[in-house]
Design a binder for this molecule. Structure first.
Ligand code: TYM
Length: 332
């Protein structure tokens, strides 16, 4: 059977971008068609300045939201990365497989490290090695597919390179995975700055729709989305990014292609209203279910405990095999 692995990083509240780019595929397709594991990757949240209590809170919230969005623990495995030691064990072996130049070429590293330096902060070493830990997340489970948004595609490419290299040097150990992107909304843009990605850790939040935003807040954010000075509705990502983003959001909600939708609108106002309504309806059940689950923290804890146990069982043989293959003396 196909094995699927993906994750979400608790550096902020989950956004509409996380939902449409990744989580919705996990819920609607992946968990039904494969042996799927979904992980709250809390170790990854330590790569930038963080508040310990906030990371702990956001990890629990992310796990709760994944269940609220419809991940069903009877169909798939939901767990927290730091509960399974195999991720960090394997990460070190992959650090010994990767080259530093490869890490420095990663777009996210370049962007995030530049941002840290610009604000006078220092860059954590773990920000540089982040993609190696991500590769370990995936390879430890011998995942075939990694359903992600567009911004993670480069990291999955690196994961493939590391898997191939390790297998060539030390013998067949890992499955070489592939990224699977959603057909629309693989890159949801910020509503106030449609040339940059809607990111959960951005400081300016007026262009970000969070999964837990109230309906009136969602509506306001969509109605105030930045567009351009043209008046006709045309789907053109390069020249008309704001309008294209709205069309993609509506497309993701309705299942109709963005350019087909564009032909049916004569003004931005109507497009925004319909998009706002569609997003509100999309998120309503998630927010309601989240509230219910918050009232039952023991249930969420139980899911995560069982998930970690299963994840450990799956990862340990593969990571042990990698230890042997790379030349480490068995503990006996
Ligand atoms: P993270 O937490 O930034 O995002 C989680 C998922 O949401 C997708 N995504 C988006 N998709 C469309 N539009 C957007 N604006 C948008 N923003 C985020 C991401 O592509 C991702 O699929 N490094 C990863 C977490 C991770 C991981 C892994 C993923 C760690 N290990 C192993 C897959 C497999 C990250 O920071 O995702």
């Amino acid at each position: 059977t196909t094995r699927i692995f993906s994750g979400v990083k608790p550096t902020g509240h989950l956004t509409l971008g996380n939902y449409l780019g990744a989580v919705r595929q996990w819920v609607e397709s992946d968990q039904h068609r494969a042996d799927a594991l979904f992980c709250v990757v809390d170790l990854h949240a330590l790569t930038v300045e963080h508040d310990p209590a906030r990371v702990r809170r956001l990890s629990r919230q992310a796990a709760t939201l994944l269940l609220a969005a419809g991940l069903d623990p009877t169909l798939c495995t939901v767990f927290v990365q730091s509960h399974v030691d195999e991720h960090t064990r394997l990460s070190y072996l992959l650090e010994c497989t990767a080259a530093d130049g490869e890490m420095r070429r990663m777009i996210q590293y370049k962007e995030k490290s530049a941002r840290e330096r610009a604000t006078g902060g220092s860059v954590r070493l773990s920000l540089l090695t982040y993609p190696v830990l991500m590769a370990a997340d995936i390879l430890a489970y011998r995942a075939d597919e990694v359903p992600v948004g567009d911004d993670q595609a480069q990291h999955v490419e690196l994961t493939r390179d590391l898997a191939v290299r390790f297998n060539q040097r030390y013998g067949q150990t890992f499955t070489v995975p592939r990224a699977v992107l959603p057909p629309v909304a693989a890159r949801v843009m910020d509503l106030q700055d449609p040339t940059s990605k809607m990111g959960k850790s951005h400081a300016e939040t007026s262009g970000i729709v969070y999964l837990l935003d109230e309906a009136d807040v969602v509506r306001k954010k969509v109605m105030r989305a930045v567009t351009d000075s043209a008046t006709d509705v045309v789907y053109d990502r390069a020249e008309r990014p704001g309008v294209a983003n709205l069309l993609e959001l509506l497309a993701a909600c309705t299942g109709t292609a963005p350019d087909t939708l564009a032909a049916g609108y004569g003004s931005y106002g109507a497009l925004k209203r319909d998009t706002a309504d569609a997003v509100v309806e999309l998120l309503r059940p998630v927010r309601e279910r989240h509230a219910e689950l918050c009232a039952d923290p023991a249930y969420v804890d139980g899911v995560l405990r069982d998930g970690a146990r299963r994840a450990r069982e799956l990862a340990r043989p593969t990571v042990d095999a990698a230890y042997r293959a790379i030349g480490l003396l068995p503990a006996g």
